[in-house]
Each structure stands twice: as structure tokens, then as C-alpha cells.
Write a protein that binds this ligand. Structure first.
Ligand code: FAD
Length: 415
């Protein structure tokens, strides 16, 4: 590839950058993808992969999903267990009356070390993606027709379109695009790997524990293959600061002192270290494009404000960015005004889900409400079935944030 002036330079080869590069590749548009890490590399994450990701991979090329299913890196997930502040367990399957079949699971858990490396394998199959790994981008300079991107090892790339997919700590997003960190719309979380956690679900239901001391954040246990589990704790940054909350200390305390969790972890063994990382939440609308650039994934603050899910949203934004670049090439227009179409489409696809999640996140501030809702659900099999259907039906999910929905369910329970 002649790197003197190229069409697309993508900085960051996490899910967002890879999704952009793969989608461009299938559209016949070559790109240069750069990551400072050498793969396989770890990324601090809960490792839960939602159906959004597998749906998009399948849409791109069913062979990719077949290759994913053929690798023993993931556990197949069939539902979710919510644990309320008063310790009620609610098991909600992702599909009503499901029959377990590993290759068509509604969700998966795979260590990012393995999953991202799988994605890099897909990148390496594509002749029109040039991939530089172990190369850190250190400078960006605006040019009349694009950007000059400088690397720490002294190379300069001139590109017409810059796609910043360099994650939560994206320098481009902060300095060039001006997206400041807002603690009300930002979270921090810690993650640990454990072996031998007792009481994991036989169908790999992921567990979200809403514990009074940590709401509106939550503690999670996500089952991995080989009897391991991804365990962690996350909370909104402004609330952490207000309470003087230390995530590592709180995690340690929970696993030692919580009446239920301490028993489940009494024989469990920590693998490696407890690690932390930031989550730029999508609960505030921001501008994610400008003259000759687009922000993808965490660089564009697109993490779900309730669940902390960001891989699927990174994928969606990457696909949309690739299609937008195709439009730019056809129209020969890379201006900020033309690129507003990217922001609009991302908002159309992800916006209502983000806003719903934000409303639900705010509800979690009140443990008494969470307990009430949990008791309504636990006592009503019909509601559990409705909630199962919600995983695949967004219009149903929207009802969750409506007090009228819960009032109706409460009255039904009383009858
Ligand atoms: C503790 C925790 C738990 C989470 N749990 C989940 C979960 O269970 N499910 C889920 O869907 N999401 C989860 N998330 C969110 C998820 O991790 C992110 O949303 C997702 O990784 C975003 O992908 P990305 O491609 O935008 O960024 P990243 O995955 O962060 O990738 C960015 C890439 O850019 C590279 N890079 C950075 N700077 C440079 C540079 N200067 N030059 C070159 N390369 C650079 C990095 O090396 C990295 O490979 C969690 C996040 C945290 C912190």
C-alpha cells in the first residue's frame, strides 16, 4: 500500500476499529489499521458478547460466525440472573422455552484476549486491510484534505478519512474532537478472573448483583469456559467520587464479607491481578464526527449507561462509519457538515436504547424500587416470559422504564 495519501486510517484495532476495517474491506475500500499493542493482548472488560455482535458478524459474512463458533474460546449464554438488593434471585432466559445449542446462543462470554485475537485473525484474512501492530500513534495534524497521523516510531501517514477507534482513553477524541470526560456520564470498573466460583448457572446465565452499597453500579459474575469466571464491579464516576469509593477495596470486601457471595467465593482462586479501566457512557448526546474524521466505539462515548455493554455498540458504530465513508467517497465530500449523517445514523440505531438505559440506571439509585420490582417479577411467571421476549424486542424493553408498566404488573400480582 502506498501510504503517502490513503483513503482511510483507523487508529485502534479493538472491536470498533476491526468492525470498521472489515466492513470497509467487504465494501471494497482499502484501509490502514494501526494498534499500539501486539496481539493477542488483554483488554479489561466483562467479556460478555451480546447478540448484536454475532448478528453483525453474520450479516457481514456467515463464514466469520462459523469460524467463531468453531473455536473453543467462548461459553454460550442463555439468560441473565438479576440479584436484587434484598438478595432475591431472578432468572430471565434470553429466549422463552429455549433448547440449548451452543452455535446459536443469544450471547457469549469470551476473554477479550481471545476474542480480539480472533477478530485480528479475520483482519489478516483480508488483502485490502493493511495492519500495523505494536505501532503507537502519537500525533495528529489537520491538513487541508485530511489528517497527517504520526507514529511514535517516526512514520507519517496522510489520510483523507481518520477513524479514531482508540478506546476510552482516546487522545484524538479528547484533544482534537473536544469530547471532555464528564463524571456524570462516565463509569469506572474493575475486573478479575476467578476459578472455582460456586453456584454458577448450568446454562451460563450471566449474573448482575444490585447490592445496596454499590447502586446504581453493580457487581457481576460472567461464566467463562473451563470453570473460570469474569468477576467485577463498576460504578458511575461522579457517585464514586462523592462516596470516596475504592472499587478494588469494595470488591475485596464484597467477596470476603457479603453473606451470599463470601460463601460462593470461599474456595475460589484469583487468577492474575484485579485490573481497572474507564467506560465513557452514551447517556449524553455528543458530536462524534468532524472535518475528515469519525469517532467509533469508546472513543465516541458509546457504552450503554445501564449495562456497560460497549462491544456491540463499537461494532454498530464501526459498520455505520464504513458505510458513511463509502458515501463520502461517492460524493467527494468529507466535510463536517456532510459527516453529520454519521452522528444521525448512530443516534437512530443506538440512541433510544441509550436513553432507555439511562432512565433505568437512574431508577437503580433507589434500592427500595429495585426490591419492589424484583418481588413483582419473582411472583409472576407471566412477567418473566414478557421479560424474556424483551431481549429481542426493543419496543417491549421500552416499557421497562415506564412506571405504568410496573403498576399494571403489581396490580396483576395482587389479583
Ligand atoms: C471493566 C469493564 C467491563 C466491561 N464489560 C463489558 C462487557 O461485558 N461487554 C461489553 O460489550 N462491553 C463491556 N465493556 C466495554 C467494552 O470493553 C468497550 O466498550 C469496548 O472494548 C470498546 O471497543 P473499542 O474498539 O471502542 O475500544 P478498545 O476495545 O478499548 O480498543 C481500543 C484499541 O486502541 C488501541 N490504541 C489506543 N491508543 C492507541 C494509540 N495511540 N495508537 C494505536 N493504538 C491505540 C488499544 O491498544 C486498543 O487495542 C466493559 C468495560 C470495562 C472497563
Amino acid at each position: 500500500m502506498n501510504t503517502s495519501t490513503i483513503e482511510a486510517c483507523i487508529v485502534g484495532a479493538g472491536p470498533g476499529g476491526v468492525a470498521t476495517a472489515l466492513k470497509l474491506s467487504y465494501l471494497g475500500i482499502p484501509s490502514l489499521l494501526i494498534d499500539k499493542a501486539a496481539f493477542p493482548r488483554d483488554k479489561v472488560c466483562g467479556d460478555a458478547i451480546s447478540g448484536k455482535v454475532t448478528t453483525l458478524l453474520n450479516r457481514l459474512d456467515p463464514a466469520i460466525l462459523e469460524r467463531f463458533n468453531a473455536r473453543p474460546i467462548q461459553s454460550d449464554v442463555w439468560g441473565i440472573r438479576f440479584v436484587s438488593p434484598d438478595n432475591k434471585n431472578l432468572n430471565i432466559p434470553f429466549k422463552p422455552n429455549y433448547v440449548r445449542e451452543a452455535t446459536s446462543a443469544p450471547g457469549y462470554v469470551a476473554k477479550r484476549l481471545d476474542f480480539d485475537d480472533f477478530l485480528i485473525g479475520e483482519v489478516k484474512r483480508r488483502a485490502n486491510i493493511e495492519f500495523w501492530e505494536g505501532v503507537e500513534v502519537s500525533t495528529y495534524q489537520k491538513q487541508p484534505n485530511g489528517w497527517a497521523v504520526g507514529t511514535k516510531d517516526g512514520r507519517t501517514i496522510h489520510c483523507r478519512m481518520l477513524i479514531a477507534a482508540d478506546g476510552a482513553y482516546s487522545a484524538f477524541s479528547r484533544k482534537q474532537a473536544g469530547l471532555a470526560k464528564d463524571p456524570k456520564h462516565y463509569a469506572a470498573a474493575v475486573r478479575a478472573y476467578y476459578k472455582g466460583v460456586a453456584g454458577l448457572d448450568k446454562d451460563n446465565f450471566i449474573e448482575l448483583h444490585f447490592i445496596k452499597a454499590i447502586t446504581p453500579g453493580y457487581f457481576w459474575i460472567f461464566p467463562l469456559p473451563d470453570g473460570q469466571a469474569n468477576v467485577g464491579l463498576g460504578m458511575r464516576s461522579d457517585i464514586m467520587a462523592k462516596r470516596g469509593f475504592n472499587l478494588r477495596e469494595e470488591l475485596d470486601k464484597l467477596l470476603r464479607e457479603h453473606p451470599v457471595l463470601s460463601a460462593r467465593f470461599s474456595q475460589a482462586e484469583l487468577i492474575g491481578k484485579v485490573k481497572g479501566f474507564g467506560l465513557p457512557l452514551g447517556s449524553k448526546r455528543r458530536s462524534i464526527s468532524g472535518d475528515h474524521y469519525m469517532l467509533v466505539g469508546d472513543a465516541g462515548h458509546l457504552v450503554d449507561p445501564l449495562t456497560g455493554e460497549g462491544i456491540g455498540n463499537a461494532f454498530y458504530s464501526g459498520f455505520i462509519a464504513a458505510e458513511q465513508l463509502q458515501q463520502c467517497i461517492m460524493a467527494e465530500d468529507y466535510s463536517a457538515a456532510f459527516l453529520k449523517a454519521y452522528d444521525k445514523r448512530v443516534d437512530r440505531v443506538l440512541g433510544s436504547e441509550m436513553r432507555l438505559s439511562y432512565r433505568l440506571q437512574k431508577m437503580l439509585m433507589y434500592p427500595a424500587i429495585v426490591n419492589l420490582i424484583a418481588s413483582i417479577i419473582a411472583g409472576n411467571q407471566k412477567v418473566i416470559e414478557v421479560l424474556s421476549g424483551m431481549y429481542n424486542d426493543f419496543s417491549l424493553r421500552e416499557q421497562l422504564a415506564r412506571p405504568a408498566f410496573w403498576l399494571k404488573m403489581f396490580l396483576k400480582k395482587k389479583q
